[in-house]
Design a protein around this ligand. Sequence first.
Ligand code: TRH
Length: 372
Amino acid sequence: MRWDLFCCVVDNLGDIGVSWRLARQLAAEHSADVRLWVNDLAAFRTLAPTLDAAADAQRLGDIEVRAWKTPFAPVEPADIVVETFGCEVPEAYVEAMARRPRAPVWINLEYLSAERWVEGCHGLPSPHPRWPLVKYYFFPGFTPRTGGVLIEHGLARRRRTFQQDGTAAQFLDGLGVRSEAGEVLVSLFCYAQAPTEALLETVAAGSQPFRVISFEGTPGAQALTAFGVAGGRRRGGLAGTNLPFLSQDDYDRLLWACDWNFVRGEDSFVRAQLAARPLVWQAYPQSGDAHGIKLQAFLSRCCSAEDSNQSSLGALWQAWNGLAPAQGLGVAWTACLGAHGTLQAAAQEWPARLEALGGLAGNLAQFCTERV
Ligand code: TRH
């Protein structure tokens, strides 16, 4: 089956991160012939360094990558058309879809949210006002009445092997992370609004040795530099390491290797869940504290109300997301460190709950092939 995936990079890397991951999974696991249209190949290059940002068309592994340009040159639409995150395929392409003897299956892949309303909207059709076309809304999510999240076949097995057989130490060594014995490893990927200084102050003041690892070009790396701990320098209990931005597969391995992962947005948030390690999520900041609603919705799905994990993690996540004063961050972090055992046990169980939903790529492929 031929698929056209459209990705418009608005800001950051979540749009292309999800689209690239989905494209690869559809091709590798569902025999899909995928053409990925991207408006910003320079941003895509951050995730795929071998990409030629100047080429209109190129192959990247199993995927045909096309520059999405305006005006849009005429092409024959695929059997299945996916626009990611409401990016709206070009009008000329919509007209070409309508001219096909059999209309393509047309999907809008939505943002991930644990909110209740998602179940009611997942899979809903929306007829086009002018053309005999129907667009379906496909929602990722955390319940069986949603599309689930992106999980590669065999991921849990690969992750468990990595975490159990000593590969993690070799991997870190290969990246140049010279970790000292007994250090607690923390990865840090965040937005500029995160109260990084409050976090680093608390970690540095603690008696336990920590190494915080961040990624060049991101606010976390800037925070480590500003705090004077980049390049392995130590301040109190804290040492820092700034790594180059990793490939998605190496980023996964780093999440698997760390004891705590600070993540953001959508894709890194899911990858940290699949790493089976305690995580701190910074939701994409939205006006009116809409991100606070998303954050609480997820906490309620992963921990029951009576669960002490919900209150300890909740306090930390609130402070990290600017929904509670940053002064409370130190106390909340220390409480979470004290609860590490129960948080780790819960994190260990969570990936199986996600797997039970079926992977998003498979759920989407099934939804589309039933309608093609
Ligand atoms: O970059 P983001 O902030 O993306 C955001 C969110 O998706 C948000 O919901 C959306 O509204 C906005 O984009 C437009 O965070 P996210 O989603 O985690 O995407 C980052 C990608 O970068 C993800 O695929 C993981 C990847 N990554 C690497 O491949 N290597 C790295 O070293 C790091 C740190 C990340």
